[in-house]
Design a protein around this ligand. Structure first.
Ligand SMILES: Nc1ncnc2c1ncn2[C@@H]1O[C@H](COP(=O)(O)OP(=O)(O)OP(=O)(O)O)[C@@H](O)[C@H]1O
Ligand SMILES: [Mg+2]
Length: 239
């Protein structure tokens, strides 16, 4: 088995603030790993380090068991916490841009743009300028942009924030479908019902992964019946 992501002994600080203090995490093939933790815990920082967008002060990252390279970047679908879209372009043009930088061309590119737009429920909004999009539409377009080149590994930073329950449900169905096709995902979220849909969960707090495991296993370990309670027990114990 190859491991899509290996992060070992990662450290990161900003000035005097220590954000990651010896964090290690390994993602297995075809799993959805939910990364949770209080706001400011370092989830985004960790994801950016795994991607190679941010440099760790110490530690090592391997993607598909190799040091991250530009080539590895092509196997990745990244969705940032804040949408990186071109407002003055249409939704179609945005997807076309992201598909092109991933090396897609011609008919295949067109087919995939239509397909991912449908996946996120934007098939009837492709001609609209992104400047006219609602927050949820922007989020969905960002997700489509991360999916367009059919990556093997997804790093999704709060992909469903601001989306209504129906769309969230459809997007989670899509995540499960992608996983069934062999994709691996790391998803950060504050939504606990989403956490329960992950294969494994890591709780990041005060620089450490303080709990990790399958949702059911964590609930059993903490003697609670929801993942929210695992979070509250661990976090509440400090206050
Ligand atoms: N470029 C930066 N310069 C200085 N401090 C930073 C920088 N990026 C992040 N931080 C700090 O690092 C800490 C972790 O931030 P990060 O964005 O990783 O948290 P998070 O867990 O993703 O939070 P949220 O759930 O709110 O998205 C925060 O205290 C933040 O202020
Ligand atoms: Mg974040």
């Amino acid at each position: 088995m190859t491991y899509p992501v290996i992060g070992e002994h990662l450290y990161k600080h900003y000035k005097k603030q220590v954000v990651l203090d010896d964090v290690s995490l390994t993602l297995r093939e075809s799993e959805i790993y939910g990364l949770i933790g209080p706001s400011g815990a370092g989830k985004t920082t960790l994801v950016r380090i795994l991607l190679g967008l941010e440099k760790a002060d110490g530690g090592r990252v391997e993607l598909f068991e190799q040091a991250p390279t530009l080539n590895a970047f092509r196997s990745l679908g990244y969705m940032a916490q804040s949408d990186a879209l071109y407002n003055e372009l249409s939704a179609y043009q945005n997807l076309e841009f992201f598909a092109a930088i991933q090396g897609m061309r011609g008919k295949e590119k067109k087919r995939r743009i239509r397909e991912v737009a449908k996946n996120v429920g934007l098939e009837n909004d492709l001609k609209k300028s992104v400047s006219q999009f609602s927050g949820g539409m922007r989020r969905r377009l960002s997700l489509a942009a991360a999916l367009v080149h059919e990556p093997r590994l997804y790093l999704l930073d709060e992909p469903t924030v601001g989306l209504d329950p129906l769309i969230r449900r459809d997007i989670w169905r899509l995540f499960h479908y992608l996983r069934s096709k062999g994709a691996t995902m790391i998803v950060t979220t504050h939504v606990m019902d989403e956490v329960a849909q992950c294969d494994r969960v890591g709780l990041l707090s005060e620089g450490h992964i303080i709990a990790e495991g399958a949702p059911k296993e964590l609930m059993r370990q903490y003697g609670v019946s929801t993942i929210e309670d695992v979070f509250l027990v661990r976090e509440g114990a400090k206050s």
